[in-house]
Design a protein around this ligand. Structure first.
Ligand code: HXC
Ligand code: NAP
Length: 265
């Protein structure tokens, strides 16, 4: 599908790149020739991700950080450029989420998710954008949203509000930074197989079945499918695409019409 060296000489930072969708993205960009930085809080996630990338022959660096700490984010950008000599692609993938009724959500619970998703994506985009603007060679930023940016999401008001904020940030930065050759896009996935999300959001067979039935294609997406979409967006194939939100959800958000499926399933 893609030329083997599509991303040769590119350096990509993936926040939350040690697990789930982030690791699939790191592996995909790496197998296309990019050098990879994975960045997150927990050393066990980073070690697991780093070893699995190295086993695939990918040149990778792991950086421990909390995206809620702007000074750690700035330091990560410096380390990346010092280690690999460049930074061309940023993937804002780190996220936190859990199910809570809005009226029961504590201010700390709200702050935790808004801090990781909205503030963290801005801190990372800001630090990387500053670097890309100064070096005058453009770049590409992609944020991972969720398909409920189009609908809201009962049970996860913190995440829905944060992801919608990142969507607006994406559209805003796409225009602000276009003159610097920086493309800014986002992907809005529906349900994707991932142990981290499953633990937080669908830990019973009933929940999995209910969610599957909400997807017109009647299956879950694979992390690799998100990764392939992202590889396209950061590549030269998508050179005229900026400010775009690409939904990858098997038709799930469109399936929410008044009558649902006419066969009742
Ligand atoms: C209610 C909860 C809670 C829960 C935490 N809190 N979990 N409230 N129900 N299940 C509250 C705590 O009580 C606390 O408030 C506040 O949130 C902060 O909790 P901490 O544990 O101190 O936060 P922190 O260590 O920063 O951890 C952040 C986290 C955690 C978001 C709470 O779950 C996390 O680190 N998650 C990362 C991985 C993750 O969530 N992955 C799934 C992404 S999937 P109080 O008031 O008690 O102090 C995804 C998919 C969406 O986003 C799309 C699907 C279609
Ligand atoms: P995941 O494995 O739990 O990924 C979340 C990642 O974020 C972890 O690697 C975690 O690593 C990192 N992270 C969390 N808080 C962080 C912080 N403060 N600083 C730095 N890193 C942090 O779940 P996933 O399903 O792969 O999710 C990946 C992305 O896809 C998220 O943006 C999620 O919202 C989005 N998404 C997922 C689905 C789905 O169905 N799975 C659907 C729509 C959108 P550490 O714990 O090591 O920090």
């Amino acid at each position: 599908m893609f030329a083997a060296e599509l991303l040769k000489d590119q350096v990509a930072v993936i926040t939350g790149g040690g697990t789930g969708i982030g690791l699939a993205i790191a592996r995909r960009l790496g197998t296309l020739g990019a050098r990879i930085v994975i960045a997150s809080r927990q050393s066990e996630n980073l070690e697991h991700g780093w070893h699995s990338l190295r086993e695939s022959g990918i040149d990778a660096l792991a950086v421990q950080l909390d995206v809620r700490k702007p000074e750690q984010v700035d330091e990560m950008v410096l380390r990346t450029v010092k280690h690999f000599g460049s930074l061309d692609i940023l993937v804002n993938n780190a996220a936190g989420n859990f199910i809570s009724r809005a009226e029961e959500l504590s201010p700390n619970g709200w702050d935790a998710v808004i801090g990781i998703v909205l503030n963290g994506s801005f801190y990372c985009s800001r630090a990387v954008g500053q670097y890309m603007i100064a070096r005058k060679r453009g770049g590409s930023i992609v944020s991972i949203l969720a398909n409920y940016v189009w609908t809201g999401s009962a049970g996860t008001v913190h995440s829905a509000a944060a992801k919608a904020g990142v969507m607006s940030m994406t559209q805003t930065l796409a225009v602000e930074w276009a003159s610097h050759g920086i493309r800014v896009n986002a992907i809005a996935p529906g349900p994707i197989e991932s142990p981290g999300a499953a633990k937080q959001l669908w830990d019973t067979d009933e929940a999995v079945e209910r969610i599957t039935n909400m997807v017109p294609l009647r299956r879950w997406g694979k992390p690799e499918e998100v990764a392939d979409t992202l590889a396209f967006l950061v590549s030269a194939h998508a050179g005229f695409i900026t400010g775009e939100i690409l939904t990858i959800d098997g038709g799930a958000w469109l399936g929410r019409g008044t009558f649902g499926f006419l066969d009742g399933k």
